[in-house]
Design a protein around this ligand. Structure first.
Ligand SMILES: NC(=O)c1ccc[n+]([C@@H]2O[C@H](COP(=O)([O-])OP(=O)(O)OC[C@H]3O[C@@H](n4cnc5c(N)ncnc54)[C@H](O)[C@@H]3O)[C@@H](O)[C@H]2O)c1
Length: 464
């Protein structure tokens, strides 16, 4: 990696100038009563943004960014590997935010190198937004750091050991440059979960001895895939169906379950040291993807306390999407049914009846997808330190740890996961639209799946 460690900032000075000038001007006006120059009208404090990965979440994140009150923002460039996705996002954002869109035709970029061109439109102090499948995070992060650009990136941040390590190394460079980095684990910005966290840290439920979380649902997004249509090139098809492929997303496990795993670890204030797990594929018929459809995981924190996670993607079963913690004095709902509203609550003892409830989150709750952007833009405006990367990578790694434990049938420790040499998509920085995919279908159109007990040091065989 050849990244100069020099500090950016010709143009974070736009904001710094405004801030410093405002402070100095206020001081002078009190002290000497001099006439103030009209600097505000002359300084453009707009934060310009480039969206890389213009799908469902990319469009949503851009819309949140353009909706922040009191912080002028503008989308100036877009990049994707699929022109139809980019154009659809551009149309939708133009309808919703007509006065904040400045993406000319020559600032729409297509291809695996499109991210570079979009980032090159920005100046230090602006924001690059990454919402592709996570396989490309390290590639895009590396370039944005090199260019001195602030970054928002969606979860997960990494899907295996080598890319987790790479992200942590890259982040040291981002920190040296003072870049602001936000991570799309938006529940961390939820006001009522924060309130619960503070109450738990203050000892309201005693010491946490157990956590449990559930994401049990029907198959969603692209987690199950039938055979590839022959007219669609394999790499693009795997990207379109990225939840089906471990290299692209970490599979259903990493992509869907990370939020509940992260919020449990947040409340505990710690990351598990090991995981053991089981899981499997039931009745998968003609589906060719790499996912198990059920997972049952026991994480262990270093004080010996346990965190049980249940994940399922099966139609017709009971659904649940919630996180709970149990302490020596009481217990709490972290989230009750999805991301929003959390409906967090604290109960005494083991109880869950109304009369056991000692606190519950006031309703309605603000949307954490918006709050994460309000917080990020406030940090940029006020030039505060802001880097969520390290905890984002740790959440991604701990998620991988449970997944690998289920896929191999072994106990996987945090250090084993971090040091596991199996990189799922080596050379992700060199992919081309007509190039090969990291894994290939076999003669029946199927992809390699985990075989617990047989494959023990990697989650799937590269060759089929
Ligand atoms: N925080 C949340 O609650 C939340 C919710 C949904 C999705 N996400 C995350 O957002 C990311 C995207 O998910 P999505 O649902 O928007 O998927 P999506 O398929 O709708 O969008 C992904 C887009 O990225 C593009 N893309 C893929 N590889 C690219 C590359 N190398 N360069 C440029 N563009 C590329 C695709 O063509 C597609 O348009 C995932 O990491 C997902 O986990 C987070």
């Amino acid at each position: 990696m050849n990244i100069p460690a020099s500090s950016p900032s010709s143009s974070s000075s736009r904001r710094d100038f405004l801030k410093t000038t405002t402070k100095t001007a206020a001081g002078l006006s009190v002290l000497s009563g001099i006439t103030l120059p009209h600097v505000h009208a002359a300084v453009d404090d707009t934060v310009r943004m480039a969206l890389i990965g213009c799908g469902g979440r990319g469009g949503g994140a851009a819309s949140n960014a353009l909706s922040v009150n009191g912080a002028p923002t503008r989308l100036v460039a877009m990049a994707d590997v699929q022109p139809n996705r980019l154009n659809a996002a551009h149309d939708a954002l133009s309808k919703k935010h007509p006065d904040k869109m400045s993406v000319s035709e020559d600032a729409k970029f297509i291809g695996f190198d499109a991210y570079k061109k979009a980032v090159d439109v920005l100046k230090p102090g602006d924001i690059a937004m990454f919402a592709t499948p996570p396989a490309f995070r390290w590639v895009h992060y590396q370039y944005a750091i090199e260019r001195g650009i602030n970054i928002f990136m969606e979860k997960p941040l990494s899907v295996d050991g080598p890319t987790s390590k790479r992200m942590l190394e890259l982040n040291e460079l981002a920190k040296k440059k003072g870049l602001k980095v936000a991570v799309g684990l938006m529940c961390r910005h939820c006001k009522v979960r924060k309130d619960l966290y503070n109450r738990v840290q203050d000892g309201e439920i005693g010491d946490i001895v157990l956590a449990r979380a559930y994401r049990m649902q029907a198959p969603v997004a692209s987690c199950f895939s039938k055979r590839r249509p022959p007219e669609t090139p394999e790499l693009i098809w795997q990207i379109q169906r990225f939840h089906s492929f471990l290299w692209a997303s970490g599979g259903a496990y990493s992509d869907f379950f990370i939020h509940n795993i992260d919020e449990a670890c947040w409340m505990k204030n710690d990351w598990p040291v090991e995981a053991q797990a089981s899981g499997g594929r039931t009745d998968r018929g003609e589906f060719v993807d790499q996912n198990f459809d059920h997972y049952s995981v026991e994480y262990t924190w270093k004080d010996g306390s346990k965190f049980f996670f249940e994940g399922r993607n099966i139609t017709g079963c009971r659904n649940e999407f919630s996180t709970h913690i149990h302490g020596t004095k009481g217990n709490a709902i972290v989230s009750n049914a999805g991301h929003l509203p959390a409906r967090s609550a604290i109960f005494k003892g083991l109880g869950r009846k109304v009369e056991d409830r000692v606190w519950s989150a006031p309703q309605p709750e603000p949307n954490p997808y918006q709050l994460e952007w309000d917080d990020f833009l406030a940090a940029i405006r006020n030039n505060e330190d802001y880097n969520e990367m390290e905890r984002g990578v740790k959440a991604s790694l701990v998620t991988c740890m449970g997944r690998m434990a289920a896929h191999t049938g072994q106990i996987i420790t945090y250090d084993q996961m971090l040091n596991c040499p199996h990189e799922f998509a080596p050379g992700a920085d060199k992919f081309t639209l007509d190039g090969p995919a990291p894994i290939r279908e076999n003669a029946e159109g199927r992809y390699p799946v985990p075989i617990p007990g047989k494959l023990r040091d990697r989650e799937y065989a590269d060759a089929v």
